[in-house]
Write a protein that binds this ligand. Structure first.
Ligand code: HEM
Length: 365
């Protein structure tokens, strides 16, 4: 395919090929940094993020944060996530219908959860929300605006890090500061940028996934009734929604550079070639998923790629799925008559971030 900048790249859509590109070290993320390669944005990517690292740097950084986002740690966070969800539903009930599930539920829930995990004061949201939105809508903002937003976010995280040096904490940011200061396991720049990545990736993705899932579910009342009748089905249902939803946007795919000549899916790739993977298409590959275009909330075998695969598999995959499980559980349980308040065709979509999501999702009950 032809990209807006830097020429032609390969687009990988077959499930088996997608898994190879995401897991084989001959497809490098680090080689995309600062390189004049096929890309969506005018400027090459310079952000020294965990997602733009190869081993051993990636292994070193990932090890520092993996524990905080493990299945066990996230299971312990569930009551906190439920409390935030219930609080937001209380407010919706108090205000009465209709409500917007984006502004009134998905957005504030995802933000409250990641702030809690990182130890970011929720009261600071007004300061960093705009910068964060700019950072993920890089395709539609001027390069200078993007640079300023990233600089502001880094400045903000630098302040939070300094505060933790004065008063140590045991939240994720506090743990990272301790790792930095005790044996220098990461540089100051890596520390600050990891904080920025976690803050931005931690809410922009989940808030949209929650709204996307509700948009799809609320159009299928029979499936909703089935979920209500059997809440034990929720984890399976959430995996199916993650497979089924087209979450990524055109600019929301992270390219890889081929490091040596190889063959993929019968095509010869040269060193230096650039490859994009379309996760949402791979997730509907009929060679892997029977009846891929059918939403089957009971689908038992579901090795979807919504969180990626290989060493960059989403760090927040347990957190993201738990936020989805809790959201569906609480909304369906507490609002038995919940339904869309508009024709689905009227819902407008944001496609300028990494994850696609409704601008507003009007509901009533
Ligand atoms: C449903 C919500 C989410 C979805 C669909 C999602 C999706 C993804 C995908 C597809 C990747 C891999 C990209 C690639 O390899 O090209 C990824 C990586 C990542 N995600 Fe998520 N994500 C979600 C929630 C979160 C949350 C809540 C966090 C907060 C911690 C997070 C943090 C990250 C990080 C740090 C990486 C990079 C990991 C690495 O390079 O080792 N994500 N995410």
């Amino acid at each position: 395919m032809r990209l807006p900048y830097g020429g032609d790249a390969w687009l990988v859509t077959r499930y088996s090929d997608a898994r190879i590109v995401l897991a084989d070290p001959r497809f490098s993320r680090a080689a995309t940094l600062g390189a004049d390669i096929p890309r969506m944005l005018p400027d090459p990517d310079y952000a020294p993020a965990i997602l733009t690292m190869d081993p051993p740097a990636h292994t070193r950084i990932r090890r520092l944060v993996a524990g905080a986002f493990s299945a066990r740690q996230v299971a312990a966070l569930r009551p906190m996530i439920e409390a935030h969800a219930d609080d937001l539903i209380d407010r919706m009930l108090a205000a009465g219908p209709p409500a917007d599930l984006v502004a009134g539920f998905g957005k504030p829930l995802a933000m409250a959860v990641i702030c809690d995990v990182l130890g970011v004061p929720p009261g600071d949201q007004e300061r960093f929300r705009g910068w964060s939105t700019t950072a993920v809508t890089a395709q539609t903002v001027a390069p200078a605006e993007l640079e300023a937003a990233l600089a502001n976010l880094s400045g903000y995280l630098t302040e939070l890090v300094a505060a933790r040096r004065r008063h140590p904490t045991d939240d994720v940011l506090g743990q990272l500061v301790a790792a930095r200061d005790d044996g220098e396991q990461l540089s100051e720049e890596e520390l600050v940028f990891l904080g920025v990545t976690l803050l931005v990736a931690g809410h922009e993705t989940s808030e949209k996934a929650i709204a996307d899932a509700m948009f799809v579910l609320l159009q299928r009342p029979q499936q909703v009734e089935r979920l209500r009748a059997d809440p034990g089905l929720l984890p399976t249902a959430v995996e199916e929604l993650l497979r089924y939803l087209p979450l990524e946007t055109a600019g929301g795919a992270f390219s890889r550079v081929v490091t040596e000549e190889l063959e993929l899916g019968g095509v010869r790739l040269e060193a230096g070639d650039v490859v994009f993977v379309r996760l949402s298409v791979a997730n509907r590959d009929p060679r892997t998923f029977a009846e891929p275009d059918r939403l089957d909330l009971t689908r038992a075998r579901n090795p979807h790629l919504a969180f990626g695969h290989g060493i960059h598999l989403c760090l927040g995959s347990y957190l993201g799925r738990t936020e989805l499980q809790v959201s569906l559980d609480r909304l369906l349980d507490r609002l038995p008559r919940l339904r869309l308040a508009v024709d689905p065709a009227e819902v407008q979509w944001r496609t300028d971030g990494f994850v696609r999501g409704p601008v507003r999702l009007p509901v009533t009950w």
